[in-house]
Design a binder for this molecule. Structure first.
Ligand code: SF4
Length: 180
C-alpha cells in the first residue's frame, strides 16, 4: 500500500514522522477483518442445523467482532503513537480520539499484550467449530468456507498487518505483534 495523500502525518503528540493513509487505504486495510467476520458468520450459518442456532450464533459472532474492534480502539489505541493521527493504517487511532483521551505511550506494549487476547476467539471459534461441523457431516460448502476463512484469517490478515499496515509504525520495535 503506497500512501497517496502525503508522506508525512500530523503526529503532533510525538513529533515523529510517519506515513499518512487515505480513506481508501484505510478501507483496504480493514477488508481482511471484515471478510473474516463474514466468513466466520457463514461457517455457523452453514454448519448448524436449526435456523435459531444458525442466526443466533452468526449474529453473536458479528457482534463480538464489532465489540472486539471497539475494545482495541478504547484500550490499546489511546497508548499508541498513531492515536489521533492519519498515520494509523486502519483508522482506529482517529476513532479512539473521539472516545478517549491520550494515554501513556510507554504502556503500549503492556496494554497490547493485555488486551489483544480479547479478539483471539474471533479466529479460534469459527476454525474449531468449522472442523467440528465437517466431522459431524461433511459437505463441500463447509470445507470451502473453512479453507477461505483459514486463508483470510491466518494468512492474509496477519500478512497485511505486518507487511503493510505496521511496517512503517514508529513503535514497531516495542510492538509485541511485530517482535514475536
Ligand atoms: S496503529 Fe494500531 S494501536 Fe495504533 S492507533 Fe492504529 S489500530 Fe490503534
Amino acid at each position: 500500500m503506497v500512501p497517496i495523500e502525503s508522506n508525512e502525518t500530523d503526529n503532533h503528540q510525538t513529533g515523529k514522522t510517519c506515513l499518512k493513509y487515505s480513506t481508501g487505504q484505510i478501507i483496504i486495510d480493514n477488508l481482511p477483518y471484515m471478510v473474516m467476520t463474514i466468513l466466520g458468520a457463514a461457517i455457523f450459518i452453514v454448519g448448524l442445523n436449526t435456523s435459531l442456532l444458525r442466526w443466533l450464533s452468526a449474529s453473536l459472532y458479528i457482534l463480538y467482532s464489532i465489540v472486539g474492534t471497539f475494545w482495541i480502539i478504547l484500550f490499546i489505541c489511546p497508548h499508541c503513537h498513531y492515536y489521533g493521527t492519519h498515520g494509523c493504517p486502519c483508522g482506529y487511532g482517529l476513532v479512539a480520539q473521539k472516545w478517549r483521551s491520550k494515554k501513556d505511550m510507554d504502556l503500549f506494549r503492556k496494554k497490547f499484550k493485555q488486551h489483544i487476547p480479547v479478539i483471539y476467539p474471533l479466529w479460534i471459534v469459527p476454525a474449531v467449530s468449522g472442523i467440528g461441523f465437517l466431522i459431524q457431516e461433511f459437505s463441500s460448502v463447509k470445507l470451502v468456507l473453512l479453507i477461505l476463512f483459514a486463508i483470510d484469517a491466518f494468512i492474509i490478515l496477519p500478512l497485511i498487518s505486518k507487511k503493510v499496515g505496521c511496517t512503517d509504525c514508529p513503535q514497531k520495535d516495542q510492538c509485541p505483534w511485530m517482535t514475536k
